[in-house]
Write a protein that binds this ligand. Sequence first.
Ligand code: G
Ligand code: G
Ligand code: MN
Ligand code: NA
Length: 254
Amino acid sequence: LMLEESLRQAVATEEFVLHYQPQIMMRDGTLRGFEALLRWQHHQAGLVSPGIFVPLLEETGLITRIGSWVIEKICHQRRLWGNTFPQDMVLSANLSARQFGQSELVDLVFQLLDEHQLFAHQLELEVTESSLMNDIEHSQRVLQALRKKGVRIAIDDFGTGYSSLAYLRQFEIDTLKIDRTFIANALVSPKDAAIVEALVALSHSLDVEVVAEGVETTEQLQWLQQIGCDCVQGFLFAKALPVLEAEQYPAKLD
Ligand code: G
Ligand code: G
Ligand code: MN
Ligand code: NA
């Protein structure tokens, strides 16, 4: 209850910050974009992990307010970074199931794009398989509306949810993010390696961009390059960085 109360306070006093984790194109080392990750800068406790407070935000329903704030914040940040990074650099936000289920989501996103004068393709929204499966017709409508405008949609943590491959055909998406547990095991477990290879091939045959999450070693990176993965993200490159560090991140790695 104490935690819940301080969460409500944190929402009111805006103790939340976004950190940005870079994503790198394998083709040429260019910066694809950044994933925004929420951090709670508690006035006494310091930085609190989202693993702790995101589930609580979900339970209390506060997630929809914070979630809207996150989208607004990355739109604002993308606008500010207009001259810092190339035009096609993408910022992505994680959407909770509740937030994805909100009827106001599409209008909010369109309004924010307009307000900040962004190109729709500069914004990507990450949703999980289970969020999509909650209400399939709603999901199809929302994805269709967002993608028609040009907003990118990524499926996050792919492979850990329902993992019915049939829904890749039902839902229009741009990006598939392979969950980091598969990447962590790929070089020691032939089964995980086979799954990653299959997901890369599947993505390409569906014309979907594929991102490997949680890349931590050069061996993993080299292997992902060999199997034709499009894009990588992980501690090998950088953890999620505060704004002032993120904007120093090179637009192209050597
Ligand atoms: O940022 P990690 O470093 O600890 O994130 C932990 C979990 O919190 C991940 O599953 C991530 O998707 C989730 N998360 C981080 N930021 C956000 C956010 O802005 N909104 C939602 N809904 N989840 C987030
Ligand atoms: O669920 P989602 O993929 O949005 O969660 C992102 C989470 O993964 C964040 O907690 C982020 O800090 C974490 N993360 C990002 N890169 C790595 C990595 O290379 N290794 C590990 N173990 N975690 C990572
Ligand atoms: Mn994510
Ligand atoms: Na993920």
